[in-house]
Design a protein around this ligand. Structure first.
Ligand SMILES: *Cc1c(COP(=O)(O)O)cnc(C)c1O
Length: 397
């Protein structure tokens, strides 16, 4: 299949780019920290089975944040020690995952209680981490996603809950294996990761945690080589590792990373074709078969980089590129358009499917096809279908 034969709109996974991202991410952190490194593919970022299986084949484990993702990972072949389990909704699977050998990062004091009740006085030493909630906004003003309101995940350091959690584990004869420090940020800057690593060092010093099995830095990095002026993976690796080395020993403590977008973003494109061109007063309105909802559902004023395929003649005329849904605001945010779009033209948007290709609802359009591109050949990974709209139909009278 050739790119011209793809049924639009669709997402395209560039397999070579994905594989290269998986390899280079791993290599950069191995270089900076040493052999004791582990990588958890963030299933939340993209839950195409193919993506997780490729990551597993490259020595990654599955990083999951819900019982459903845990079950999904198991069906893709990630069980027991190949799982890192995070998030606030583990329920009964908290204990089953720990018993199976997964790393489980406890999100709150209820989870600490449940684990102490289940494992105190037993021979089992589960692989337990604590997710730390600390005031990152204060260290990096304006950079976090929760300016003005506290981050809501993990156990609060500043109010003494974190210390109480450690005390509770100790009193139950359980060892704290690690710290989990994932934080999302608006900037994904090096100073964010320097501050997180510095906090891990500070916590280690305060509580004498030099014997930890792991420090888990979470995800949230830019990846690939597509974002000019943004930090590169080796820069993240150097920043994090330099700081952690002030206290943690790379021969003793495993550094865990949980990349999602960093390995996926540059490997995903979105292709949409022109349906219709009309003039409305002085404006040229180009309607395409895709939708802004497929690449930017919050409709943020964020121009996604794109290439126009089969463009019309050169022109700097203003053009409105509108999606196919009946929402007035379904308009793309293109920039640097130097050609007219014509019937037959297509837009290939870049770096926009990491989250979005598996995040679609069936609003107006069923979720688009997803193709895999490998050695210039396209194969279908997931076919668009209205079947999900009929799930459970048979059960009704
Ligand atoms: C979302 C998430 C990730 C991955 O985030 P990216 O921005 O896709 O890298 C990693 N760890 C946890 C706990 C997450 O919630």
């Amino acid at each position: 299949m050739d790119i011209r034969e793809l049924k639009t709109p669709c997402y395209i996974v560039n397999d070579e780019e994905y594989e290269n991202n998986l390899l280079t991410f791993k290599a950069a952190f191995t270089e900076a920290w040493g052999e004791k490194v582990a990588f958890g593919y963030s299933v939340k970022t993209n839950n195409l089975p193919y993506m997780l299986k490729q990551a597993l084949a490259h020595g990654y484990v599955a990083e999951v944040v819900s019982p459903d993702e845990l079950a999904f990972a198991a069906r893709c072949g990630a069980v027991g020690e190949q799982v890192i389990y995070n998030g606030p909704q583990k329920g009964d699977t908290l204990l089953t995952a720990l018993r199976s050998g997964a790393i489980v990062n406890l999100d709150n004091l209820d989870e600490v209680e449940a684990v102490c009740a289940a494992f105190a006085g037993t021979d089992t030493q589960p692989r337990l981490g604590l997710r730390v909630n600390f005031d990152l906004e204060n260290l990096c003003p304006g950079e976090t996603t929760c300016e003005g309101v506290p981050g809501r995940f993990g156990i609060c350091l500043e109010n003494g809950d974190f210390e109480r959690a450690m005390e509770r584990l100790r009193a139950s004869g359980l060892k704290l294996s690690g710290l989990h420090l994932h934080q999302s940020s608006k900037t994904r800057s090096l100073s964010i990761y320097a501050a997180i690593a510095q906090k891990a060092v500070e916590i280690g010093r305060t509580y004498g945690l030099d014997g930890l099995d792991f420090v888990d830095m979470g995800g949230g990095y830019f990846g690939g080589n597509f974002f000019p002026g943004k930090p590169t993976i080796p820069q993240y690796a150097d920043t994090i590792c330099q700081t952690l080395r002030e206290f943690y020993d790379p021969a003793r403590t495993t550094l865990i990373l949980e990349p999602g977008a960093a390995v996926l973003a540059t490997a995903m494109d979105y292709l949409t074709a022109v349906l219709n061109i009309r003039a409305v007063r002085c404006h040229r309105i180009v309607t395409v078969d895709g939708s802004l909802l497929h690449i930017n559902p919050m409709m943020r004023p964020h121009p996604t980089p794109f290439t126009m395929l089969d463009p019309g003649e050169e022109s700097d005329a203003e053009q409105i590129i509108a999606g196919s849904t009946c929402m007035e605001l379904d308009r793309f945010w293109p920039r640097d358009m130097h050609n007219l779009a014509e019937k037959g033209s297509r837009f290939l948007f870049h770096c926009c499917g990491a989250y979005m290709s598996t995040h679609n609802s069936n609003f107006i359009n069923a979720a688009p096809n997803i193709y895999l591109c490998r050695n210039g050949e396209y194969t279908l990974l997931r076919e668009k279908s209205i079947e999900p709209l009929f799930w459970g139909e048979g059960a009704q009278p």
